[in-house]
Design a protein around this ligand. Structure first.
Ligand code: SF4
Length: 346
């Protein structure tokens, strides 16, 4: 399993930096994450953005998408609705299910609104970072009949081919994707050059990482590159500026532009954005890429579960890492001996 920095993509560096085991499942074992209700949110919103803006930066595709959009007079929320209709149709569900999902999403948005507008706050006056986790939200949701509605929907959707968590099923995924589409201020269609646009980051002589920009706007030959973050809480600006994806995006090169004028870090769940225009070089990205390559080559796989198991709860591989036993209990300790042997030889 010889892995060199030159073989890595930005997605692999990011996966390894987040959790070496996430990298292991996805790239070494070649296992796609089992579909989950939480994963559906990102999947549906990305599908909607591709149909709204066109994907990959291909002019022909973009024109086609825009023509189609102009015909239906759509927006991102409508594209999310369309993506859900297609998904439900593939699963064999009809308009009745759609109607109950819409009713659930509307009721949930009404419960969430006071938290977002700052009318429902903690005793000390501060806002809830993740309102859904609070007892206050749960009380209001109960008063609004959300658990009952969710239970009805979950029963109806029991045959859908996705795994659901106790407190997060398809109704919640549906609501979240609609809210994300509605809460964000999206750039105008004409300014956008594409979604999922391939780019390269030159780290040192002969060393280049490939990546894909979540969304690109163009002003002449200057690009604005968006990084879409799906975490529960929007990180502070100082952290955003150190984010490896932001560093990569700010130094991204592609045929369609001369330079990246700014990176917009978009926290999808809240719609908050942070604009980053100037950063030092790519040093921290190079350091991460070199460390990831060495870790992968020597099979250094310490699961995040070892120290931050709460963060694992929202990971798409959680089921695999905790299948019967915690993955730490099944790690092969003899790998350590192999790593020691390699270190001595090198
Ligand atoms: S569940 Fe935790 S340890 Fe397993 S891949 Fe996900 S983040 Fe890593």
């Amino acid at each position: 399993m010889g892995k060199d920095v030159a073989d890595l993509s930005m997605a692999e560096v990011w996966a390894y930096a987040r959790c070496p085991y996430e990298h292991f499942w996805r790239y070494a074992a070649g296992i796609a994450p089992p579909p989950t209700a939480r994963g559906l949110v990102e999947q549906v919103v990305c599908q909607a953005l591709r149909s709204y803006y066109g994907g990959g930066g291909s002019t022909e595709r973009l024109d086609r998408a825009r023509r189609g959009l102009a015909e239906v007079g759509g927006n991102v929320v409508q594209c999310v609705g369309q993506a859900w209709r297609e998904t439900l149709g593939r699963w064999g569900y009809t308009n009745d299910t759609w109607d109950v999902l819409v009713k659930f999403a509307a009721a949930r948005a009404r419960v969430m609104e006071p938290f977002l507008s700052g009318r429902a706050v903690k005793r000390d006056g501060s806002r809830y970072k993740v309102p859904e986790m609070s007892n206050e939200y749960k009380r209001r949701a109960m008063d609004a009949g959300l658990p009952h509605l969710a239970a009805r929907l979950n029963e109806r959707l029991a045959g859908a081919p996705v795994s659901v968590a106790e407190e997060y099923g398809i109704p919640e995924a549906f609501s979240d994707s609609v809210e994300i589409a509605g809460r964000n201020t999206w750039p105008g269609v004409d300014a956008v050059a594409g979604v999922g646009v391939p780019f390269a980051v030159h780290l040192t002589d002969g060393l280049t990482l490939g990546g894909a920009a979540d969304l690109v706007t163009l002003s002449g030959r200057q690009a604005g590159v968006e990084v879409h973050d799906w975490g529960a809480v929007c990180p502070p600006t100082a952290i955003v500026r150190r984010d490896l994806r932001v560093v990569a995006a700010l130094h991204a090169a592609a045929e369609g532009w001369d330079e990246v004028e700014r990176v917009v870090f978009r926290h999808m769940r809240t719609g908050a954005t942070v604009s980053v225009q100037r950063l030092p070089g790519t040093g921290r990205l190079l350091a991460a890429a070199v460390a990831a390559a060495a870790g992968i080559r020597c099979r250094v796989y310490v699961p995040r579960l070892a120290a931050q198991s709460r963060d694992c709860l929202v990971c798409e591989f959680y089921g695999l890492c905790t299948d019967g036993q915690d993955v730490l209990d099944t790690l092969d300790p003899t790998l350590l001996a192999e790593i020691g042997g390699r270190a001595e030889k090198e």
